[in-house]
Design a binder for this molecule. Structure first.
Ligand code: DGJ
Length: 542
């Protein structure tokens, strides 16, 4: 049955007041630090999101949600990322209708799935297409960003108190509704604030208020942040600040130089201030973890040519300075260079969560690398409902088994990840006193695929250290050789290898693997097309 909640502003305020007294807040989903990793805790335990994001309009078709969520559960997800549409939630100014939210929560609960809501509020991929019509039409009250030419854009300007107040009120109402309806069951575990914020076709907004702020001094708060975090600033930002004399005050162009880069930094900071107000108020209503997602600039374009000033890696510090209520920043990966994007976003304390990645069979390999090498919090291909059969299901099946062990090991230097293709077919990692050579199984000279010019599927695996001489290796298409870390140390040999299953953190051997399956005791291997968890016991000899 559909439930409809229409809230007047007064009722919303009462609801929020009751939410803020809620005792359940400390047991809500939250982030916790374990060693070098940040983990999402759900019901007091680390929760690895084996996720997928719905296409933009799927969650508006309420009659299909149950079928979609049933399918996603069969695909192997434990978490669905789904939009919360401002235009549907507040169809009339100040009157809220949470039918679409309640329907998503009901479908998720029916199929034992968790939800991450994506606030399609003031901005969705730079634009303001999800603003309700009453906002769009009242452009005098809710002003637009402007191009350098003066042309108004289909984007709300962040330099408007009215825009901020409208977006914030709707977001607070959403969070208040979640507090009221979900604080006990906790189906909703995290919230993304806005979607791929970015300025285009110019690097900054040219509305009059923006230009006035651009000629004013850089706020002390930002300069103070740069000084306090100088050691960990992104190299590009630090270089820019230093190249312009490491100014402690001055205009944006004095501090960051004349050019589009200063425009972008200015814009990022002001988007950040807007988002901070929205997120902080939302957390006061219901304190779920909140993050931002970024459209990446993969082609080396200039600010203004790509959605600029969003939460991009080179602007991470600016966003952190402006929006401390945002817990972390996440990349949407649609372009090549997966390993490099992971490294850029798993940096200076920012944990890795991949809320969007282009749907591809190779995600089945990439997901092992993200969790094993970068302590990822979650992984989530876009338009996941379009998947019929995907090898990702097999990877998620393996990761579901491993989740408690992986969560226990994250942040402690007890895991690593491998990701291989034809161009990058091997790597040596250091782990637990061993050198570990990982290779694509097609990389061996004897493989018919080694030199036949055929395309290779990506291969991926993660390694978890169980004890001094025992490791789990899980993945597909990878061979792993364990070697002593020092050339003069005793030689490392394979005691034995078992194919295993894992349940509730307990490893159960299925059967012994040897002979051709371990290249006569030389390495552990998982063929392309197999998804295994194997346990290897090592020994030393001289
Ligand atoms: C990235 C956006 O965040 C998604 O909402 C969607 O528009 C995809 N791009 C489409 O490729």
């Amino acid at each position: 049955m559909k439930t409809t909640t229409i809230l007047t502003p007064l009722l919303a305020a009462l609801l929020l007041a009751s939410c803020s007294r809620r005792p359940a807040q400390e047991s809500l989903p939250r982030l916790a630090v374990q060693g070098a990793a940040t983990q999402l805790m759900v019901s007091g335990k680390p929760f690895l999101m084996l996720g997928g994001e719905l296409g933009n309009s799927t969650a508006a078709n309420l009659s299909a949600l149950d079928t979609v969520f049933a399918h996603l559960r069969r695909v192997g997800l434990n978490t669905v990322l789904t939009p919360a549409y401002w235009e549907l939630i507040e169809p009339q100014e100040g009157r809220f209708d949470f039918t679409s939210i309640d329907a998503a929560i009901a479908a998720a609960r029916a199929h034992d799935l968790k939800l991450v809501f994506l606030w399609f509020g003031a901005w969705k991929n730079s634009m303001s297409c999800y603003a309700p019509l009453w906002v769009k039409e009242s452009y005098a009250k809710y002003p637009r960003a402007r191009a350098k030419s003066g042309r108004p854009l289909e984007m709300l300007t962040p330099f408007s108190d009215a825009n901020l107040a409208a977006d914030r009120r709707a977001f607070v109402a959403l969070m208040g509704h979640l507090a009221l309806t979900d604080a006990a069951e906790r189906t909703v575990i995290m919230v993304q604030v806005e979607n791929e914020i970015g300025m285009i076709p110019d690097a900054r907004d040219y509305c009059p208020e923006a230009t006035a702020r651009f000629t004013a001094p850089v706020p002390r708060q930002l300069i103070g942040y740069l000084s306090a975090h100088e050691a960990t600033l992104h190299p590009a930002l630090r270089a820019r600040w230093e190249a312009n004399g490491r100014q402690a005050e001055g205009s944006w162009q004095k501090v960051f130089g004349e050019g589009l880069e200063a425009d972008e930094i200015f814009m990022a900071y002001h988007y950040g201030l807007f988002v901070e107000e929205v997120a902080r108020a939302g957390k006061e209503a219901y304190a779920l973890p909140m993050y931002l997602n970024a459209a990446l600039n993969s082609r080396g374009r200039k600010p203004g040519q790509y959605p600029s000033a969003g939460p991009l890696a080179h602007l991470l510090d600016v966003w952190r300075a402006a929006a401390p209520s945002i817990d972390f920043i996440a990349p949407d990966i649609y372009d090549p260079g997966f390993a490099s994007w992971c490294a850029q976003y798993h940096a200076s304390g920012n944990p890795l969560f991949i809320p969007e990645i282009r749907m591809s069979d190779d995600n089945a390999a990439k997901v092992f690398y993200a969790f094993g090498e970068h302590d990822a919090m979650g992984f989530s291909p876009f338009s996941i409902e379009d998947v019929r059969t995907s090898p990702l299901s097999k990877s998620y099946g393996v990761l579901r088994q491993l989740a408690p062990l992986l969560a226990e090991a994250q942040g402690k230097g007890k895991t690593c990840g491998f990701l291989f293709d034809r161009d990058s077919a091997w790597r040596v990692a250091e782990l637990g006193g061993y050198r570990i050579l990982g290779q694509h199984v097609y990389a061996f000279g004897w493989s018919p695929r080694a030199r036949d010019g055929s395309p290779w599927p990506e291969a991926g695996a993660l390694v978890i250290q169980l004890s001094d001489d025992e490791f789990l290796v899980a993945g597909s298409g990878v061979a792993v050789t364990f070697m002593s870390a020092h050339p003069d140390a005793p030689v490392t040999g394979i005691g034995y290898v078992d194919k295993v299953t894992v349940a509730n953190g307990n490893v159960t051997p299925l059967y012994r693997l040897n002979g051709d399956q371990s290249h006569q005791g030389r390495h552990l291997r998982i063929e392309v097309g197999d998804w295994d968890i194997q346990r290897i016991k090592l020994y030393r000899y001289e």
